[in-house]
Design a protein around this ligand. Structure first.
Ligand code: GLC
Length: 425
């Protein structure tokens, strides 16, 4: 198999962040198992250790709730380097977990792992895939029932952390309505590990915790949370990832599923793709979120507007427009599609989701570009990401204007992205 220049270093990071069948995003800053990080990491593992790739997903499902939700954090073992810990969430699952979720990359990862298992003749693969397929299907049912109760064909987030893009400017207006009062005492740990200028602001944090307090007071019951939520955004990034995962589960169902499961997945897929297609804004050349509290479109430009490429086959006009828009965001940048474009007043090239480049986001965008026939652009973007990682290291994210590595270092999903994207360039 091809070995990339930093392949050994990438594998060493995954080994170093292994805590016994699951991988922490990075030591200290994120000392537990995170949902979508693990899904991307499983794809990375599937390139050289299929058994370990399965383990990553299996350990994540240990945290799955009875109602089907796969939480955003599974607290397998205690650590005092992260806030908010299990005591703040106050959930009642057999393994301590957070009470919110994260993008459903799980189904996409499962298909990758299964195909890698078939290619390598891994023993026991079908049974392992089947069990994980059932878990994924239960989580997709949860998504549609709990997060699209009104049948919009779009799933909503009730907390910015669910989006995976914690302090994106897309949330500014909606979050400003959330009070800063908390019943929980805030003890931030992140700013002890990473420079505060690269992290969300204190005021954002108060609102993040206000939301946690609110949902904990609802006993983590989905209907009560939906009714009480002061923050409710139908998110195109989330919906697109769920739709794409649904397509990947449909593919697996061809050989592993029942007729009912196939039909159910196909209905989910139609519903999500129809909802997503309605979010296209021709005047902006991208897809936009819908704020369900104000009833208004969120026009703030962020990377989320391009993620529907992974789930939809665009028509020629849309394709030309979105490619031109991506090119506009790339102009003058050193690496990748930024999380916020430099022409936006919200652009801060070093602050978390307000400008920096994230390798896994570019991975998704490039998958979507390829699906929509833009192979050359995908490859060009991937090359800049691989180059940034090779020169700056496996950082959490990068300054798009310089390629400087930022946030935490020795990041698991950046290592996984390197192995996957590096093989394509
Ligand atoms: C931050 C990111 C989120 C990620 C987590 C662990 O919260 O915003 O997307 O899953 O860190 O890496």
């Amino acid at each position: 198999m091809t070995m990339l220049p930093r392949e050994e270093a990438a594998r060493a990071i995954l080994a170093r962040n292994d805590r016994g069948g699951y991988t922490v995003p990075t030591d200290r800053l994120y000392p537990f198992q995170w949902n979508w990080d693990s899904a991307f990491v499983a794809i990375g593992f599937s390139l050289f250790d299929v058994d370990r790739a399965y383990r990553e997903l299996e350990r994540l499902t240990e945290g799955q709730w009875d109602d089907g939700m796969i939480p955003h954090i599974v607290f397998h073992a205690p650590s005092d380097t992260y806030f908010p810990g299990p005591d703040v969430w106050g959930t009642r699952h057999r393994v301590p977990t957070s009470g919110i979720t994260q993008p459903a990359v799980f189904g996409m990862a499962l298909r990758h792992v299964h195909e890698a298992a078939l290619a390598t003749g891994t023993a026991g693969a079908t049974e392992r895939t089947k069990a994980l397929f059932k878990a994924a299907l239960r989580s997709h049912r949860w998504w549609l029932n709990a997060r699209d109760p009104e049948g919009l064909g779009l799933v909503s987030i009730l907390h910015p952390w669910e989006s995976g893009s914690d302090n994106s400017p897309a949330w500014d207006e909606a979050l400003a309505r959330v009070p800063t009062t908390t019943t929980t005492t805030i003890r931030r740990k992140d700013t002890g590990h990473v420079d505060a200028s690269m992290r969300p602001r204190d005021e954002d944090y108060q609102r993040f915790i206000h939301l946690v307090d609110t949902y904990r007071d609802c006993g983590w019951n989905p209907e009560r949370q939906w009714a009480a939520a002061p923050f409710k955004v139908a998110d195109v990034q989330m919906t697109a990832i769920l739709a794409r995962s649904t397509a990947d589960l449909m593919h697996l169902a061809e050989t592993l599923g029942t007729d009912e499961e196939k039909a159910e997945l196909s209905r989910m897929h139609d519903r999500l793709r129809a909802g997503l297609a309605r979010r296209w804004r021709p005047d902006l050349s991208r897809f936009v979120n819908l704020d369900l509290i104000s009833g208004r479109d969120i026009e703030t430009p962020t990377q989320a507007g391009f993620i529907p490429l992974v789930a939809l086959a665009l028509d020629d006009g849309q394709r030309t427009a979105i490619v031109a828009e991506i090119e506009r965001w790339l102009a003058g940048m050193f690496a990748g599609v930024p999380s916020t474009p430099s022409f936006s007043p919200a652009f801060e090239p070093k602050r978390y989701w307000r400008g920096p480049v994230w390798a896994v986001i570019n991975w998704l965008i490039c998958d979507g570009l390829r699906l929509n026939g833009s192979e050359d652009l995908a490859r060009r973007i991937e090359q800049t990401i691989v180059q940034a990682i090779e020169s700056a290291g496996f950082c959490e994210y990068f300054d798009p204007t310089t390629g400087e590595g930022l946030g935490g270092d020795t990041f698991s999903w950046t290592a996984a992205a390197y192995m996957v994207l590096g093989r394509r360039t």
